[in-house]
Design a protein around this ligand. Structure first.
Ligand code: ADP
Ligand code: MG
Length: 659
């Protein structure tokens, strides 16, 4: 069965479904509601009636429609509810009028005013609720109604004979879980709360069990793989470190020692280097890549964006220049001939360090002897992507760098397959970024502060959630550019930067900003990770309420990169209590804990648009106990070899290559 076989599903609906990443019947039935509307009918004679209520009623009189003006109409009629005739009115439901026949059972949701015997309905449904109606609510988009989506899902479920249950029988029995199919039925069409609870428990457990199974499988797999014991001259490495333009912090040194020990050892390195924004993770990986080059192996550094890849390239090229280490950049917009040459050189071993985006792992890039892969901002990669890296060359060592401070207990679970080094201290001389929460009405003051900074020769980032007016509720980059141009008449060069621009254009703008030609850069969160422009001292973030604290902290980390005073202005009219955490603290670990306490798990890891760290139904915070149990269970499951069953291997083979 395919989507198009469902009743009332045509090309338009399929287009909408695709936008929600629903392409198949399976996608559809695993598209879970994020909450439920609860309708419990009351007796309006008895109830104390100030809130929105639900009542069962029967239509008593022929409805009258009044067209008040364009886009505003009202239907009114009388209805009988529990032996009481009431006056009902509902706005903008003219399209329902032909169905509103006398004698029909309806469900009314709205407010009742006893004095006037008036019921103003906000919603009207057909039917009769016996004692409780639970309506699943899904994330939908324009053109797709919630109730329709639910009916497609229900039809798909009816036609679905079998669903794979990844919870092994002995665990299903031990925990008294319901069957997977039943869980899906319950989650999409529950009759009572008990069913939702049972369904959720089963599906959450299954999701976390599979997740931990993957992680633990990677761990076991990793331990089996022999690494490449590397040989390099430590004196040369020390020289390299001595010649850096700054002294390494103690934590940086420790992280480097961890990595170098891994390089030397028989074991294959699989290390997470965690450190707050600006803690200086890059240089750690650079030193390790240098040592790797000394041992005559190649390194690949992967960044989440091209902007960042280019920045790393320039930085590394400068540092490696005098040591005759060959560095190259591989990004999307290069000429074919240039690209071809780089690929050939990689194959011949004439490039020691290649820098690119994570396209490096998917493209047909062949190495002569890849010994080390470094991935920057690892939280952008899911567990499935983690192991794709194993494919190239001879089982390279891997370093993941992440600026997302994850509370330790969680890190131990979800990064269980890796060793970790943590960089806690920041390079000396760094000042705290002064952060201020401002209402939109206080923008003028912010503009004044910006002008002051520009007069000092400093530069400014401005961040907004949208590019165009497509969403009227939030600020957008283009509109801000217009307003800022107006506000700064005097020769201040302002440019915009966003993800929809061509790579070349983005690069040119970034270069101009780095060179100080552009004074104010108005961008979407493309600048979120890693961009390093020391002269930028102020960042203004519009609609700050739209982001998780961890993301805001990352964004803020674009400034405060030297000894000059730096400022962050969070513009928001909402959600003030949460945002205050940022005014009060510059400590990424503290902020992530607070984020964790206050918001959904999804924000904990910053913006994770990709990767399967995004859970469909589990919530790492709420379901942490289940996660721990799933971890234990999956370890035992693996140890006993149960994962060799085909349905598990199908999944596990996709995350790793065993050779
Ligand atoms: P992040 O950990 O956020 O990736 P980076 O590696 O980009 O941070 O480092 C931020 C900036 O700090 C860079 O400009 C880098 O050159 C500089 N830096 C790194 N280590 C030190 C240090 N020990 N002393 C002074 N500056 C440093
Ligand atoms: Mg970085």
């Amino acid at each position: 069965m395919e989507l198009k076989d469902l009743k009332k599903v045509g090309p338009k609906t399929i287009e909408c479904l695709n936008k929600l990443n629903i392409y198949s019947i399976d996608d559809l039935i695993f598209y879970y509601p994020y909450r439920y509307n609860i309708y419990k009918p009351v007796d309006i004679i008895k109830e104390d009636l100030t809130d929105t209520i639900t009542i069962n009623a029967v239509i008593e009189s022929i409805p009258k429609i009044v067209y008040i003006r364009k886009n505003l109409n009202r239907i009114s009629f009388q209805a009988l509810t529990n032996n009481l005739v009431i006056n009902v009115s509902i706005f903008n439901r003219a399209f329902l009028s032909s169905n509103l026949k006398v004698g029909k059972n309806i469900i009314l949701i709205g407010r009742y005013e006893r004095k006037k015997n008036n019921f103003v309905a906000s919603d009207l449904k057909f039917g009769w609720i016996k004692d409780l109606k639970i309506e699943p609510v899904y994330h939908v988009i324009k053109g797709l109604k919630n109730t329709n989506l639910n009916s497609y899902i229900v039809e798909a479920l009816k036609n679905k004979q079998e669903v794979v249950d990844y919870v092994p029988d002995y665990l299903n029995n031990a925990y008294n879980f319901i069957e997977k199919k039943e869980a899906l039925d319950f989650i999409h069409q529950p009759c009572n709360f008990e069913q939702i609870k049972k369904a959720k428990l089963k599906l959450i457990y299954e999701e976390l069990f599979l997740f931990m199974l993957k992680i633990n499988f990677l761990k076991v797999d990793n331990e089996k793989i022999k690494g490449l014991p590397r040989n390099f001259d430590m004196e040369k490495v020390n020289d390299f470190i001595d010649n850096l333009p700054f002294l390494l912090t103690l934590d940086q040194q420790k992280a480097i020692i961890d990595c170098l020990n891994d390089l030397r050892s028989q074991k294959r390195m699989n290390r997470l280097v965690q450190g707050d924004v600006g803690s200086g993770k890059t240089i750690v990986s650079i030193v390790v890549m240098y040592a790797n080059a000394l041992s005559a192996y190649q390194s690949a550094l992967m960044a989440p964006t091209e902007i960042l890849a280019i920045q790393h390239y320039e930085n590394i090229k400068k540092l490696m220049g005098i040591y005759n280490i060959k560095v190259a950049l591989l990004v999307g917009n290069q000429k074919k001939s240039e690209r071809k040459e780089i690929l050939e050189k990689l194959q011949r071993g004439e490039i020691d360090i290649i820098i690119g985006t994570h396209a490096l792992i998917s493209d047909n890039v062949e190495f002569k002897n890849l010994g080390l892969v470094v991935t920057d901002e690892q939280h952008r990669f899911g567990v499935n992507q983690r192991n794709n890296l194993h494919n190239k060359g001879v089982k390279p060592d891997i370093i993941y760098m992440s600026a997302t401070p994850i509370p330790r207990t969680y890190a131990l679970t979800i990064y269980n397959d890796m060793d970790t080094s943590i960089i806690k201290t920041k390079p000396s001389g760094r000042k705290e970024i002064k952060t201020f929460l401002k209402k939109e009405s206080e923008l003028k003051d912010v503009l004044k502060e910006i002008l002051k900074e520009i007069k000092k020769g400093h530069q400014i980032y401005v961040v907004a959630p949208a590019i165009n007016e497509e969403n009227e509720e939030v600020w957008n980059v283009n509109a801000l550019k217009k307003s800022f141009d107006k506000a700064f008449l005097e020769n201040v060069k302002i440019s915009i930067l966003h993800g929809k621009m061509k790579a070349q254009e983005k690069e040119e703008i970034m270069q101009a900003f780095k060179a100080g030609e552009i004074k104010i850069l108005i961008a979407t969160t493309v600048i979120e990770v890693g961009v390093d422009v020391k002269n930028a001292t102020t960042i203004v973030i519009f609609n700050a309420e739209r982001y998780g604290l961890a993301t805001l902290h990352q964004l803020r980390g674009r400034v405060g990169r030297n000894e000059i005073d730096s400022y962050c202005y969070l513009i928001s009219n909402k959600d003030v209590d949460r945002l205050k955490v940022l005014e009060q603290s510059n400590d990424g670990f503290y902020i992530s804990e607070q984020d964790f306490l206050m918001r959904r798990e999804g924000d904990l890891f910053g913006t994770r648009q990709s990767g399967d760290m995004v859970f469909k139904i589990a919530d790492l915070r709420k379901d942490f106990k289940i996660l721990l149990q799933a971890k234990k269970d999956s370890e035992k499951f693996l140890k006993e070899g149960n994962h060799k069953e085909a349905k598990y291997m199908n999944i596990l083979n996709n995350i790793t290559t065993i050779d």
